[in-house]
Design a protein around this ligand. Structure first.
Ligand code: UDP
Length: 475
């Protein structure tokens, strides 16, 4: 187990984006929580500190927890290749997908238990009776029993799920059930994700949120967007460089480094005038990067000539808990290599370095703001911060009508939903239509920003956490 160091952030800064009545409610909730939790620690345990929605959100929630006067800490477990293969299998199954079709047998369960025990051994005696432990996703569920035995209030937070229970979800839950049943409460992003056997009083529904002040979401000028993307070698030189500086999580200033080769396979930086269709995701089968590529290139004639597709994900060595990354990226590279040169020139694969998470966040921010249209053509999506983020930036988003995406986007108002994520022709028609209609793009973008402001900022999230903690402590 290793601790992720997070600097406290004051909750007062929400006053910059929220009306006074919402800030007042947040402050009241923070005062109640800091009183209730005095002398207790709120622990978070997850499987990675970078790349993916859980890491993104923990960074924020831990910082605001501390800012609200609650002792809040975050640890990342240590696992081996076999462990992450098993947990990736669970991840796919709970999303309703077969994944690598590998089995889950007693030996896998024993190995999972072993990894849990090894992590607990070096860490659990820091946890005191009355503390609250938030265990995130299948990778950590197996710690619930031991921590509850120590007298902690244990919450298992599941960030994934499927729209409908089926044989795959059943297999995943069969493995996890004995571990999950030991938790005092379970948090899901949507009610539909909770398995039927979990008693209703233990089920909490708390959707994710984004942080409007982080390097990922903070405002950027057009010049600094261009400056960052040029310096990183993603877009050719544009006139007028803005600042290359960004604010790190610890409050210090960072500067975008010069990068070479972020665009793969000797690709050239995008022309400055290109209109960009962007998907940013981990290289995970369920994000269907390959489907986006094929949908675009098979129907490229529908798009105006200046449109380029940019698929962006983390450097595949950089996300330790995701063994599928190299394979998915390899598939996309193969598809691109097989394209005729005229099409290949309009498709770009980009791997962002993960050695500096703040610079990574700043580059994602610049990319999402530079894009003309953002797509998220996932086959399934627990929530999809990669939808929330461009919505906050007033980008028009075309996304699959699956999972948490359907909660975020009101079809035709705050974005456009693709009913069947495998319908590539429809995907291309919806995306291409947006490139031809700047007024509609602006309308969708404005409504998207409003939607995120009303439902997916940290105040709502922190207040819900306060309610959950109160209920746990009150027993
Ligand atoms: N992300 C990133 N760099 C990348 C790719 C993704 O920072 O190269 C971030 C992305 O901006 C978002 C998170 O990873 O904040 C992905 O969260 P989401 O809920 O969309 O999906 P998950 O990866 O958790 O399935």
């Amino acid at each position: 187990m290793r601790e992720v160091s997070v600097s406290a952030e004051p909750i007062d800064r929400f006053a910059r984006v929220l009306p006074p009545e919402r800030v007042a409610l947040l402050k009241e909730a923070a005062d109640r929580s800091s009183l209730l939790l005095r002398g207790r620690t709120v622990w978070n345990v997850s499987s990675t500190e970078r790349g993916g929605g859980v890491a993104e959100m923990l960074q924020t929630l831990v910082a605001y927890g501390q800012g609200a006067g609650v002792e809040t800490r975050w640890f990342v477990l240590t696992g081996d290749e076999r462990f992450f293969t098993v947990t990736k299998r669970l991840h796919n199954l709970l999303h309703g997908f077969a994944g690598d079709r590998g089995g889950l047998d007693e030996a896998d369960r024993d190995h999972y238990r072993d990894v849990m025990a090894r992590n607990l051994e070096v860490w659990q005696n820091r946890v005191h009776p009355g503390d609250i432990v938030l265990l995130h996703d299948p990778q950590t569920a197996g710690m619930a029993g031991a921590l509850r035995d120590r007298g902690a209030h244990v919450v298992w937070r599941c960030h994934i799920g499927a729209d409908r229970a089926d044989g795959h979800t059943g297999r995943g839950w069969e493995f996890l059930r004995p571990f999950v049943e030991a938790a005092d409460a379970c948090v899901f992003s949507r009610r539909e994700y909770a398995p039927a056997w979990l008693p209703t009083p233990r089920v909490w529904v708390i959707p994710p949120s984004l942080d409007p002040f982080s390097a990922k979401n903070a405002p950027m000028t057009t010049d600094s967007i261009r400056g960052a993307l040029h310096r990183a070698g993603i877009v050719e030189q544009l006139t007028g460089d803005g600042t290359l500086a960004f604010v790190r999580r610890d409050g210090t200033e960072g500067t975008v480094r010069v990068h070479r080769g972020l665009l793969l396979d000797e690709d050239r930086p995008l022309p400055p005038a290109a209109d960009v269709l962007l998907q940013v995701s981990r290289w995970d089968h369920l994000k269907d990067m390959a489907g986006v590529l094929t949908g675009f290139t098979d129907h490229v004639d529908r798009f105006p000539d200046g449109v380029h597709l940019l698929l962006v994900g983390p450097n595949v060595g950089g996300v330790g808990d995701d063994p599928e990354g190299a394979q998915v990226l390899g598939e996309c590279r193969g598809l691109r290599a097989a394209l005729p040169p005229s099409k290949r020139a309009r498709v770009h694969l980009c791997c962002l370095p993960m050695d500096d998470v703040d610079e990574n966040a700043h580059l994602v921010n610049a990319l999402q703001r530079h894009a003309t249209v953002v797509v998220q053509k996932s086959l399934m999506e627990g929530f999809g911060l990669t939808v929330t983020e461009p919505m906050w930036k007033k980008r028009p988003v075309v996304a699959s009508a699956v999972g948490g995406i359907t909660d975020q986007i009101e079809d035709g108002r705050s974005g456009v939903l693709l009913e069947d994520p495998t319908d590539l022709e429809r995907f291309a028609a919806l995306a291409a239509g947006l490139f031809k209609d700047p007024e509609r793009r602006a309308r969708l973008g404005a409504a998207a920003h409003e939607r995120v402001t009303s439902a997916y900022l940290g105040d709502r999230h922190l207040i819900q956490y306060g309610e959950l903690f109160t209920s746990l402590v009150a027993g």
